[in-house]
Design a binder for this molecule. Structure first.
Ligand SMILES: [Ca+2]
Length: 520
């Protein structure tokens, strides 16, 4: 703990300059939107990207010569933006008519929007584990937020020893490990959630060069106005949020930290000028994983100005405001990319880590659109999420894909992007799909499992078919998602051969986990 740091030195964003300097470039958004969305510069003719130069060929710096590819490889930067518990129906570009998300909607027009993309799991830790390790939840190290045996005991709801959590082990290979080895500067901003209660299993211990955010073992660091946070390995206190003050919202702080990183990567700020910055890299490709808290509960919005006259219940206003605030902040990050000349060579992903939460207690907004179920369930509402991928000159603007894909695919895709191997992981390389070389993914299963109070629940999708069972001793339900995306019509009895096949595939996809034993 360091109580002596002032707000400037405690906040790495101070090195990168204030984000407010970008304000005032909104278009197509009314004045009330401006309050919540802050800033986003988008030319009507050129999009948000800088027109001009094509992709830059980047030779990685900071790696040993033996690690370098023989030939220079185009290595685009990767900006991966993750929302927390954002539902399939929460964005304008996914059909929402109430919540204002002009920036993300605009992103969807600049790249490929997926209608059938899935998270790794229906809650945070296992889903992020799948994202980081490229393994599905039948192989992943972490298969639930809490584990049944093993792991480490820790606090929940103020009660020490109430729960156990597992964490990524040193032998687990993350996409950050891979990208670091490929010459990337890797940075996580905000939420990791793979450390369990092990203080030696943070992002800096699992492949990230830089980390600005919160860790599980410190409850004071979790909420939207945390008074404690990490700057790499240094735990520091946020002056503006001490003693219950609400001075520095997590969404703003995370945004500022992300922009500060981008500025350092662009060479705008040196190590000497930035007290706690680790990077001095210029021209080095980067992987920036910006994992916002929004719109996870508690629905502690910075303000509800955008929705105060909407007639929505207050809870719904707060939920919508959290999303619109994040949307505006993403606009700032994109603006920074643009201003720093990084936009042309950056692949951007926007995604959510799982479906909308019943716990949000939102009354009127349809968080998961037409989908059945919620966060924590293997019905579509728990696992199908918004995903948008943009990559100038590579991913055709304004495209929509209905191919089933899920989080483990990002590992294979990013590995392929940089010439690395994804051997031993469960995803497929989506680059041919993203770049228009094909419009299909070769037939494979997409698989999930999770652990209710006892036993195991499983779901598997192949093509248009999805089978799900809530316990291993219960019958499979079967849905045709093409004709029945809301999973209302169980057709298992009409297609016993398909059920048998999916049962076989699901059975072989599961491996035993020491922390989530089946049949205990
Ligand atoms: Ca989540």
């Amino acid at each position: 703990m360091n109580n002596k740091m002032n707000s400037a030195s405690a906040n790495p964003a101070a090195c990168g300059g204030g984000s407010e300097q970008n304000a005032g470039f909104l278009f197509g958004i009314n004045d009330s939107s401006r309050l919540a969305t802050r800033s986003f510069n988008r030319s009507k003719t050129a999009g948000w990207l800088v027109a001009g130069a094509g992709l830059v060929v980047v030779t990685p710096s900071g790696v040993q010569a033996a690690d370098r590819p023989q030939e220079p490889v185009e290595k685009p930067n990767i900006l991966f933006i993750l929302a927390d518990d954002l539902g399939y129906g929460d964005l304008g570009c996914y059909g929402n008519t109430v919540i204002k998300t002009p920036v993300i909607d605009s992103l969807s027009q600049e790249g490929m929007r997926f209608t059938d993309f899935y998270a790794g799991a229906s809650v945070s830790s296992p889903s992020r584990c799948c994202l980081m390790t490229g393994l599905h939840s039948g192989h992943a190290r972490i298969r639930g937020n809490m584990c049944k045996t093993g792991g480490l005991e820790g606090e929940r709801e103020g009660i020490p020893g109430k729960v156990r959590r597992a964490n990524l082990q040193p032998e687990d290979r993350t996409i950050a490990n891979v990208l670091h080895e490929q010459g990337y500067r890797t940075c996580l901003v905000n939420k990791w959630h793979l450390d369990g209660f092990d203080t030696t299993a943070g992002p800096l211990d699992r492949g990230f060069d830089e980390f600005y955010g919160w860790l599980i073992h410190e409850p004071r660091s979790h909420n939207f106005y945390p008074d404690v946070r990490w700057n790499n390995r240094e735990r520091y206190e946020i002056p503006a949020n001490q003693n219950g003050q609400r001075g520095d919202h997590n969404t703003d702080r995370s945004t500022d930290e992300a922009i500060a990183f981008l500025k350092r990567m662009a060479g705008g700020v040196t190590k000497e000028a930035c007290d706690k910055a680790v990077a001095t890299a210029t021209g080095q490709p980067f992987f920036l994983y910006l994992a916002y808290n929004a719109p996870h509960v508690p629905l502690d919005a910075k303000d509800r100005k955008l929705y105060e006259q909407s007639g929505l219940p207050v809870t719904d206003q707060s939920y919508a405001a959290l999303i619109s605030h994040m949307d505006g902040c993403i606009g700032q990050v994109l603006q920074a990319l643009n201003d720093l000349g990084l936009a042309e060579n950056t692949l951007i992903v926007f995604a959510s880590d799982n479906g909308g939460a019943r716990a949000a207690q939102v009354e009127t907004l349809k968080l998961n659109g037409p989908l059945r179920g919620w966060k924590g369930e293997l019905f579509e509402g728990g696992i199908r999420v918004p995903v948008i991928v943009c990559w100038p000159g590579k991913v055709q603007a304004g495209t929509v894909s209905a191919e089933p894909a899920y989080f483990p695919d990002f590992f294979a895709t990013f590995a392929a992007l940089t010439g690395a191997s994804a051997e031993g992981t469960d995803g497929v390389n989506l680059l041919p799909l993203l770049t228009g070389k094909t419009d299909t993914v070769s037939e494979r299963i997409v698989y999930w499992e999770q652990y209710p109070n006892r036993g195991i629940s499983q779901a598997v999708r192949m093509g248009d078919w999805k089978a799900i069972r809530l316990q291993e001793n219960q019958p499979w339900l079967l849905f045709n998602l093409k004709t029945d995306p809301s999973e209302t019509n169980d057709v298992a009895s009409d297609h016993p051969e398909i059920v048998a096949r999916l049962n076989q595939l699901a059975t072989s996809a599961h491996t035993e986990s020491p922390c989530w034993p089946v049949g205990d």
